[in-house]
Write a protein that binds this ligand. Structure first.
Ligand code: ADP
Length: 978
């Protein structure tokens, strides 16, 4: 066979080449194949005969790549021939038929070099072609590169997310901390954790127990250790943690909702604990306060049960999320495993890089995992709104819990929560999206439905909207952190309402009401206390009741207080309190301790004014001593006359003794029957026998019998109008008898008593009894009709029980009569009583709309010009007429919406003081409510009527301004100036 090339090799050289373990091909400078190593033949699947002495490109046809300037084999051979220097080709792909299936080619990569062998003249004798299959290496590198790119992107995303998280941690209104190592050393705390829990303490870098010694022994400490030891996540609701502002300082009660979650390294070993808390102390304390109210307690318990259920549900969701996550982790792990196997045979350098990469990837995955777990577990709503349409991309269970059953995920917020349309929320979100500025909403009212078709409710939220950025730093979504405070706000509102209602109630109470701390310092008093002591609340709070107690009563009060404090039982004592006018007034104090957890929290007390009862008691005591004295005097006389009667035989003397003794028996009888009458009145058992009788006859009978018993006075019946009256003759005679005997008794220096019986044109009968005796001071006038009441300076000089006028008044009341007195000290008194004659027919009242009313006792006019009511009372008034007229006035005031009244008593002839009490307790408060502010009162000539007027406004405290006048003109001027 003719050689088609210039070079020849000795056969032994050729043998050496053939047996070399590497794939070699020897070429002549003309590119004829001289020989090939066995390894080359094996690689190319050719026999030596197919190659030797053949042109290279005849056996291996050129493919376009081969002529490629840098990469092709022909280019490489050309370069060697030109430069006579070795040339290395870059790794080239050249697919070869599959060994197992010759119809298919396999992807192969080759590392090829050409080395010239020169003769002594420097000419090329032949070229050594050496090629190596580097397919496995190339594919592994390619895979590695792809995964590297993937992981870099993932790491960038994780990094971005963790940056966002860090920002979120800094801004969320919850407390986040990370503690690491067996000593649980504080490694990270967010600003809220520091500011809200420990503004004055440095905790970072310190073990928990060292930083917060007060938690030792608390359940929270055990839980934290438990999480660190077992890795079990612990979440809870309303855990109690006592914390101090400073180490060693007093501890305060704090309450939290919390999650403790173990932090693990890549080997799965626990390295620390992540603590997420948010404080609900305010809610808990508010609720605790509310627990005083039993009903609210029940409701609240229900609420707590629901909350507990919610937590249960959340825990279950967390559980399933965890399971999913661990499944994902397993997959990831499997993927990693196969990647490792694939890379096994890479160079050491590549392996090392791979391990590093794997670690980074595992770290990133763990980080992502941790964040996601954290997101899913926090007891706070977190969601991610994606893109300008704000589509719910991520919704954690707590967020979903805010809208149970509503579909949120993958929906734009406008579609998911359509009720937000028209609220500021949408605009706020848009603004966060377009400006990137974080928005923080505190306790904001957002009307939202809980369930899909549920009602829209007023709900309150605290939330943060924070922009989310993509890799280029452009906003591409919003991170939402939210928790609902509806319960807190409603509880707070309810508490406020309750407190207002409570205050209103306490102020409406007619007694003094107070609360005091366990040490006795007052921390609340109602308006009655302020009014009584003439000081405002600030002046009283912080002081002790003791300061207002009469010095003589302080010892007993202190003793009782001490005893109550020791026993925790009711404190009850009577003492005198010093009022703003310097007067001491008797009060009954009662106080009950409010005990919580075995400690007295506060005292709730009332002081009831018992001045009247005390006075009555005193009067009663006095009365008993007077009564026994009064009863004993006639008895002693009767006993003496009896002894005299026994001793004497003189008939004349005997008759005298019997007469005198009989007079004392009569007096005794009168005293006893008065006492019996009083008992009957009290028991409501006084019986009246009503029938028509000749009133004048009765009057005359009474005058006659009284006249018979006295020699000192002459009783003159001055005017005696005839009248028939229907009533109890016997009882009315008792009234006249009382008045006559008093007139005589209390005018020891005078010699006459004048009686008048006049039938008035208004069909009433007026009886007056006038004496010229000691008279009565104005200040005593109103009380004469009280039981046992006796004017001080007469009590010692005149015998009596203080029952006569009381009995008379009761009898007259029963006859719908009125009663009054005119009196001047040392000049004498006139006692009047008035009875309505039954024949009298009441004329119909005149009524014109809401502006005019007139009957026999009152004329009411709505005075448009001065926007006031003008009331003119006429004639005699009793409880019935006063009540009727007053109610008409109230009606007119309300209908015309007036705040001023000109009330004239100028035409009043007399009245019954009983109406004063009703006016004071019922009518004036109703008038005030209806809008009355100014009341000008023109006096009657009757002193008794004046006193009644004074009495009816005596204890009023309110917004009405009163002024008394003698002339209508003055009253008009005053009221119109208002
Ligand atoms: P008694 O006369 O038994 O004391 P009364 O109820 O009749 O009881 O009178 C009550 C008080 O009214 C008397 O204690 C006295 O102070 C005063 N009083 C009654 N009538 C007169 C009178 N005509 N003049 C002065 N004081 C009177």
């Amino acid at each position: 066979m003719a050689l088609k090339h210039s070079s020849a090799l000795p056969p032994e050289m050729l043998r050496v080449f053939e047996t070399m373990p590497q794939p070699y091909l020897i070429l002549s400078p003309e590119l004829y194949m001289l020989t090939a190593s066995n390894a080359y033949l094996q690689l190319t699947g050719k026999t030596r005969a197919q190659l030797i002495e053949h042109y290279l490109f005849e056996v291996f046809p050129k493919i376009p790549d081969w002529s490629h300037e840098e990469g092709g084999i022909s280019h490489s051979l050309d370069t060697v021939l030109k430069t006579r220097k070795p040339h290395q080709l870059p790794v080239t792909r050249f697919d070869i038929p599959s060994a197992t299936d010759p119809l298919h080619v396999e992807e192969r990569y080759w590392n090829t070099s050409h080395t010239p062998v020169l003769n002594a003249d420097g000419e090329i004798c032949y070229i050594i072609h050496h090629t190596e299959d580097v397919t496995a290496q190339v594919i592994a590198e390619r895979n590695l590169k792809a995964s590297l790119e993937k992981e870099t992107a993932a790491a960038a995303r994780a990094e971005n997310l963790s940056l966002q998280m860090e920002k979120l941690f800094d801004e969320i209104p919850a407390q986040v901390a990370i503690v690491t190592g067996p000593d649980l050393i504080y490694e990270f705390i967010n600003p809220q954790y520091k500011n809200e829990l420990f503004p004055n303490r440095e905790v970072l870098g310190k073990p928990v127990l060292y930083a917060l010694p007060e938690v030792a022994g608390e359940p929270i400490w055990d839980m934290l250790q438990h999480v660190y030891k077992t890795g079990e996540t612990m979440a809870g609701h309303e855990i109690h943690i006592p914390l101090a502002d400073e180490i060693g300082g007093p501890v305060k009660d704090h309450y939290f909702n919390y999650v403790y979650q173990a932090i693990r390294d890549e080997a799965g070993k626990i390295t620390g604990v992540l603590s997420f808390k948010y404080e609900i102390t305010e809610l808990v304390l508010a609720r605790k306060r509310l627990e005083l109210n039993a009903q609210q307690l029940t409701e609240l318990n229900q609420g707590l049960a629901n909350a507990y259920e919610e937590i249960q549900a959340t825990n279950e969701e967390i559980q399933s999320a965890n399971e999913e996550l661990s499944a994902t982790n397993e997959e990831l792990f499997r993927a990693q495993q196969s990647m490792l196997t694939l890379n096994d045979d890479l160079e050491l350098r590549v392996e090392l890089r791979n391990i590093e990469l794997f670690n980074a990837q595992a770290e990133a995955a763990a980080e992502r995992d941790r964040l996601k777990r954290f997101f899913m577990q926090v007891p706070t709503g977190i969601c991610v709104l994606d893109g300008p349409d704000l589509v719910f991309e991520l919704v954690n269970p707590s967020y979903q819990q805010l809208f149970p059953g509503r579909e949120l995920l993958n929906k734009p917020i406008k579609d998911a929560l359509p009720e937000l349309e028209g609220t500021p929320i949408i605009d706020i979100l848009k603004s966060v999206y377009y400006t990137g500025n974080t928005f923080e909403g505190k306790e904001l009212l957002v009307p939202l439905a809980r369930t899909k078709d549920g009602p829209i409710e007023d709900r309150y939220f605290t939330f943060i909207y924070q922009a989310r950025y993509d890799a280029d730093g452009t906003v591409d979504g919003i991170l939402v952190f939210v928790f609902e405070l509806t319960e807190t706000i409603l509880t707070r509102q309810k508490e406020k309402e309750n407190e207002q209602r409570f205050r209103f109630l306490l102020n409406a109470m007619p007694q003094q009401v107070w609360t005091a701390r366990p040490d006795g310092t007052l921390d609340y008093v109602n308006e009655v206390v302020c009014d009584d002591f003439g000081q405002n609340m600030d002046q009283i709070l912080g002081r002790r009741l003791q300061e207002f107690i009469h010095p003589d009563d302080q010892h007993l009060s202190a003793q009782k207080w001490k005893a109550a404090l020791q026993s925790g039982k009711e404190f009850m004592v009577e003492f005198r309190l010093k009022f703003h006018d310097g007067q001491y007034v008797w009060h009954l104090a009662r106080a009950l301790p409010l005990i919580e957890n075995g400690h007295i929290r506060l005292w709730l007390g009332t002081n009831t004014n018992i001045e009247i009862q005390k006075n009555n008691e005193q009067k009663k005591d006095e009365f008993l001593s007077i009564a026994s004295h009064e009863l004993k005097t006639p008895l002693t006389s009767i006993k003496a006359f009896n002894q005299l009667m026994q001793r004497t035989t003189d008939m004349h003397k005997l008759t005298g003794f019997i007469q005198k003794s009989a007079a004392h028996v009569l007096r005794l009888e009168k005293l006893i029957s008065d006492l019996l009458d009083v008992t009957r009145f009290n028991a409501g058992k006084m019986e009246y026998n009503m029938e028509a009788f000749n009133f004048l006859d009765m009057l005359k009978d009474s005058i006659e019998s009284t006249q018979q018993a006295t020699t000192s006075h002459q009783i003159i019946l001055q005017q005696a109008d005839e009248a028939t009256y229907t009533g109890d003759r016997f009882r009315l005679e008792q009234v006249v008898n009382n008045l006559l005997s008093n007139a005589i008794k209390y005018s020891p220096g005078a010699d006459k008593v004048i009686v008048n019986c006049i039938v008035h044109p208004d069909n009433s009968l007026i009886v007056s009894v006038q004496d010229f005796g000691i008279g009565i001071e104005e200040k005593n006038l109103m009380r004469l009709f009280d039981r046992y009441y006796r004017v001080d300076n007469t009590a010692m000089r005149f015998e009596g029980l203080g029952l006569g006028l009381f009995i008379s008044a009761e009898i007259l009341k029963r006859h719908h009569g009125s009663f009054w007195i005119e009196s001047k000290p040392n000049e004498g008194s006139t006692f009047f009583f008035r009875l309505l004659l039954h024949s009298a027919e009441k004329p119909e009242p005149v009524i014109r709309g809401d502006e005019f009313y007139q009957d026999s006792t009152i004329t009411l006019v709505y005075n448009k010009t001065h926007n006031r009511i003008d009331a003119d009372w006429t004639g005699f008034q009793n409880l019935e007429t006063v009540q009727q007229g007053c109610l008409r006035m109230l009606d007119m005031l309300q209908k015309n919406q007036v705040s001023k009244v000109l009330n004239s008593n100028v035409h009043v002839l007399g009245n019954w003081s009983e109406a004063a009490d009703w006016g004071n307790t019922e009518w004036f408060p109703a008038m005030e409510k209806a809008g009355l502010r100014y009341f000008a009162w023109v006096h009657s000539k009757s002193v008794f009527s004046q006193l009644s007027a004074q009495k009816s406004i005596e204890t009023l405290r309110g917004k009405i301004v009163f002024s008394f006048f003698d002339e209508v003109k003055e009253a008009e001027e005053w009221i119109d100036s208002k």
